[in-house]
Ligand binder design. Structure first.
Ligand SMILES: [Zn+2]
Length: 71
C-alpha cells in the first residue's frame, strides 16, 4: 500500500466505495510513457472497479519501477 499511497491522487485516496468501504487499489494495465517526461500509472479498486490514473516523472518511475510492477 505504501507505493500506491505515494502515487494515488489525493482526491481518490479520500474517496470511498459506494458501500462506504475503503477502496482497495491496485495497478492495472500498462504503465506507459506519455509524451514528454511523464509516465502514466493506472489504478483500479478491486472492490468497486473505480479507476483512476496518475502521472509521475520518468525519474520517479525508474526509482519505483520494480515495486510498481509487483503491486
Ligand atoms: Zn472502491
Amino acid at each position: 500500500m505504501g507505493l500506491i499511497g505515494r502515487f494515488l491522487p489525493r482526491n481518490d485516496m479520500k474517496s470511498r466505495c459506494p458501500n462506504e468501504e475503503e477502496h482497495r487499489w491496485r495497478t492495472y494495465g500498462d504503465t506507459r510513457a506519455t509524451s514528454g517526461d511523464n509516465v502514466v500509472i493506472n489504478f483500479i479498486c478491486t472492490k468497486c472497479d473505480k479507476r483512476t490514473s496518475t502521472f509521475i516523472t520518468h525519474d520517479e518511475y525508474k526509482l519505483y519501477e520494480k515495486q510498481l510492477g509487483g503491486i
